[in-house]
Design a binder for this molecule. Structure first.
Ligand code: NAD
Ligand code: USQ
Length: 398
């Protein structure tokens, strides 16, 4: 049994991870400032699924399993002293860090959101690292990074797990070799904060010999996991609005409410995907396999398949009869790209991925159709644009 602190444990990935690790017999404490719920209020958005307050969630978990999860409402980026005191009191074996502003469109809305995303994400990550070193405690830190730090090139090279071997020609026929952090090429202010997180981790792993695992995760789809299905009060959130909704869950919801599938541009963007049930399994594998104290961050690619946006829309349209609308792309990104990714570590640790082909139907029927009447149609368009001269991703409905 491990003592595990989960920062951001009220969120889409954090909540089912907290339940899974608790179910496995670990002693779990959630730390969250509930800012994701406040941003929903600010935007006038909502989760498609009805989600309960943290108090009700934890009571339901106790009733369903007899297990207790603790909760502390702390802003890790701002309330440093309270956070440090909690770490000192708990001395966790593992800290999982999900606690960041994670929507690329939200991070590009304007100066307020750009500054908030940088201050919140870098502040939270650095406060964690500073507190751990100042207290002299030794938790394994597991951070949720993103595939988006690599950028999207299109020459067919497989993206390695975090590091790139480079050979540099020197003088006198000498070749130098370096293992460098893969050069980052973020596509939004949000993705840029994850690139900056990488440098913070690299420094503290080298200087203070912290044990850190950084998980470069692809786009998560799906809603429920084995544990969130135990009781309706444990249901996970499902974001569908133009800022926080991720592409596949948006398409599933759009098909359920009769909205055309909003493909940005040609839909030739290839992205990496993972089902939420596999996210939770990967987190458990990462927690159970901490790195040695090598002075180097352990970086794993947490994704299971790649698809183009166009291909996803076609799959969903075929299964549901939905129509596809190619809208102006509100983002500044390549219209077409390929993507090959190594995920060999999680596969070697025993991950058996859920594929889109298996999970799509269940997700459509049990979530998107069941809660379709909670959808606020005016929240669907992607109105946040990357530059001032771009058009939003709006479908003209009859
Ligand atoms: P989410 O917004 O649903 O959850 C994040 C949680 O962190 C929220 O509950 C929020 O209230 C909390 N939080 C944010 N800032 C905080 C702070 N300063 N102090 C305390 N709590 C704070 O996001 P998610 O989808 O669960 O993503 C979790 C992590 O995984 C993020 O770091 C994200 O970048 C990464 N990730 C997500 C996806 C995805 O598709 N959802 C894909 C790749 C990586
Ligand atoms: N897209 C559409 N139509 C839509 C919404 C999105 O075509 O209605 C397109 C976007 O233009 C983009 C792609 O789908 O090309 C993915 O967009 P997304 O919103 O699903 O994903 P993204 O912005 O990359 O962010 C999400 C999470 C983020 C995480 C990232 C993983 O919100 O936290 O880091 O996925 S990754 O993409 O691998 O970097």
């Amino acid at each position: 049994m491990k003592k595990i602190m989960i920062i951001g444990g009220d969120g889409f990935c954090g909540w089912p991870t907290a339940l899974h690790l608790s179910q496995m017999g670990n002693d779990v404490t959630i730390v969250d400032n509930l800012s994701r719920r406040s941003i929903d209020e600010e935007l006038g958005a909502n989760s498609l699924t009805p989600i309960q307050s943290m108090e009700t969630r934890l009571t339901a978990w106790k009733e369903a399993t007899g297990k207790t999860i603790a909760f502390e409402k702390i802003d890790v980026a701002v309330e440093y002293d309270r956070f440090e005191a909690l770490l000192d009191q708990q001395k966790p074996d593992t800290v999982i860090h999900f606690g960041e502003q994670r929507a690329a469109p939200y991070s590009m809305k304007g100066a307020t959101e750009k500054r908030f995303t940088v201050d919140n994400n870098i502040g939270a990550t650095h406060n964690l690292l500073a507190a751990v070193t100042s207290l002299g405690i030794d938790p394994h830190i597991v951070h949720l990074g993103t595939m988006g730090v690599y950028g999207y090139d299109d020459d067919g090279m497989e993206i390695p797990e975090g590091y790139l071997k480079v050979y540099i020609p020197g003088d006198e026929k000498q070749i130098y070799q370096r293992d460098i952090l893969y050069p980052t090429n973020p596509g939004s202010v949000y993705h840029m904060t994850k690139s900056m997180d990488q440098l913070l981790f690299q420094f503290y792993a080298k200087n203070d010999r912290l044990r850190i695992t950084d998980l470069h995760q692809g786009i998560v789809w799906g809603t429920q996991t084995d544990e969130t299905k135990l009781d309706d009060r444990l249901m996970n959130r499902f974001d569908y609005d133009g800022d926080y909704g991720t592409v596949l869950n948006r398409f599933l919801m759009q098909s359920a409410v009769g909205h055309p599938l909003t493909v940005h541009g040609t839909g030739g963007q290839t992205r990496a995907f993972i089902h939420i049930q596999d996210t939770v399994k990967c987190l458990a594998l990462a927690v159970m396999n901490p790195p040695e104290r090598t002075g180097k961050v352990k970086i794993l690619n947490q994704m299971t398949e790649t698809h183009t946006v166009r291909n996803l829309a076609e799959l969903v349209a075929k299964a549901s009869g939905a129509t596809i609308a190619n809208v102006d792309n509100p983002r500044n990104e390549a219209a077409e790209n390929g993507l090959r990714v190594s995920n060999k570590t999680f596969i070697s640790l025993g991950l058996k991925p859920i594929t889109l082909a298996e999970g799509l139907l269940e997700e459509t029927q049990q979530i998107a159709q069941r809660f379709a009447d909670r959808c606020r149609m005016d929240m669907i368009p992607c109105v946040s644009t990357w530059t001032d001269n771009q058009a939003p991703g709006v479908v003209q409905l009859d």
